[in-house]
Design a protein. Sequence first.
Length: 67
Amino acid sequence: MSEEGKGTGFWSVVQSVMAAGIGVQSRANKERDFTHGKPLHFIVGGLIGTVLFVVFVWLLVQYLIRS
């Protein structure tokens, strides 16, 4: 599939948000996201990713405190 035909589907947004969150986003993916992606998708993905991360850390701390 050509670069022109590639969009930013659900899994592409998830991968981009996760990679950007830990600082390993490739230049090619970043350029694809800025060219073909919609900002709202990445904002919502980032917010959901942040909430999931905070909940995971909170659950981990609760588990470790009870141990």
